[in-house]
Design a protein around this ligand. Structure first.
Ligand SMILES: [Fe+2]
Length: 381
């Protein structure tokens, strides 16, 4: 198989016979479900779905010469996950140790900052949310990573990055006090329900001040202000831009970005073009323009290894995201507009007039029927 080349794929019967490129862990217990290197069978894939796993990494021949690099170490992600899990499960328990809470979260934030500061990636590929039910939890980790990347790009000092990271990890902690039926409601919230949902900002702020000994004000302010918008249209206070702390403005951008990219129970993730349009439209009006620019300069909108449909109709895989031009990455074109596999070729979309139109969770049926990558691979001679 050569180098470890892989791509992210949605759990789907089309993956039967492929090999798992990364070990899958159970979401709650972190127990190993399936080890990397395992050949995927139909029953194994069904089992993964039953455990709420929606995306996995599989080995991929077309991507043979590409290596996907991680933004933070696996260990850092695990430490962050454990710290957050403890905090979120203990949040509503007054008997929990406040000092312990603070230390674990601050330690996790320090590690995230350390990994990101010592990372020489020009562009980061941020993983998409893997499961439906663990949304708030996974989202908090992603928002912390993205916020620190933005903060680094804005040249904030390490101590501020760390406080930003703590605030970002805890930004939605108030949601533990929101009734489940509102939090997980499928469909639009009524006005009354939305009013209840909005209280998570203030409730979260109160909670950390009660439970987190010595939390820094520049961390906790993020919990209160992450839904405030520059034009005063946000909540809970409808503050104008000048009164919203920079940390809160950064987390607002990371929060909107990650929420749009995640699959939720009640809606599919937004396409990169929609995310780009929405964020650039709001930059300077509702969202901090410098933070939006920093985000697109450092975080890939379409990740390496994603299957994409180009605006000329061709089907391709992203080989390298493009800095500052998120919809114009380098790609490997693999099929034509009718999904007929062609001899793959590499193409840099920057300035070509062609952009990424949509991303696909899996290969179209026609490509799969034709033996998918096996056939494509045979054509690369
Ligand atoms: Fe929130």
């Amino acid at each position: 198989m050569g180098k470890r080349a892989m791509r992210k794929a949605q759990v789907d019967p089309g993956l039967v016979g492929r090999y798992l490129a990364r070990t899958v862990y159970e979401i709650d217990t972190r127990r190993v479900l399936v080890r990397s290197g395992t050949r995927l069978s139909e029953s194994l894939l069904r089992g993964l779905s039953r455990h709420g796993v929606t995306d996995i990494w599989v080995t991929d021949e077309v991507m043979n010469d590409l290596e996907i690099r991680e933004t933070v170490h696996f260990e850092t992600r695990e430490i962050t996950r454990t710290a957050l899990q403890n905090v979120l499960t203990n949040a509503a328990n007054p008997a929990a140790s406040p000092v312990g809470n603070t230390r674990a979260v601050v330690d996790a934030a320090c590690r995230l900052v350390d990994d990101i500061l010592h990372n020489d990636h020009v562009l980061h590929n941020i993983e998409r949310i893997r499961s439906w039910d663990a949304y708030t939890f996974e989202h908090s980790i992603q928002v912390a990573i993205i916020s620190i990347i933005i903060g680094r790009e804005l040249r904030l000092p390490p101590e501020q990055l760390q406080r930003l990271g703590v605030g970002a990890m805890l930004h939605d902690i108030g949601k533990v006090l929101i009734p489940q039926e509102i939090l997980n409601k499928q469909g639009t919230l009524t006005d009354d329900e939305f009013d209840v949902m909005k209280t998570h900002a203030r409730l979260g702020w109160d909670l950390v001040h009660e439970q987190f000994a010595m939390i820094m004000p520049t961390s906790s302010i993020v919990i209160m202000q992450h839904h405030e918008r520059l034009d005063g249209s946000g909540y809970p206070h409808g503050l104008p831009g000048g009164q919203i702390h920079l940390n809160s403005r950064i987390v607002a951008v990371a929060d909107v970005f990650d929420a749009m990219r995640a699959n939720r129970i009640y809606r599919k993730r937004r396409m990169p073009k929609e995310v780009w349009t929405a964020l650039t439209r709001d930059a300077g009006r509702r969202l901090d323009a410098r933070s939006v620019a920093a985000l697109f300069n450092r975080v890939a909108l379409v990740s390496q290894g994603e299957i994409v449909r180009l605006s000329n109709g061709m089907l391709a895989i992203v080989t390298e995201p493009s800095q500052g031009a998120p919809l114009e990455p380098k790609v490997r074109v693999v099929a034509d507009e009718a999904d007929t596999p062609i001899r793959p070729y590499d193409w840099d979309l920057r300035g070509s007039g062609c952009i990424v139109e949509t991303t696909l969770d899996r290969w179209p049926a026609k490509v799969r029927e034709r033996g998918e990558l096996g056939t494509l691979d045979a054509m690369v001679t």
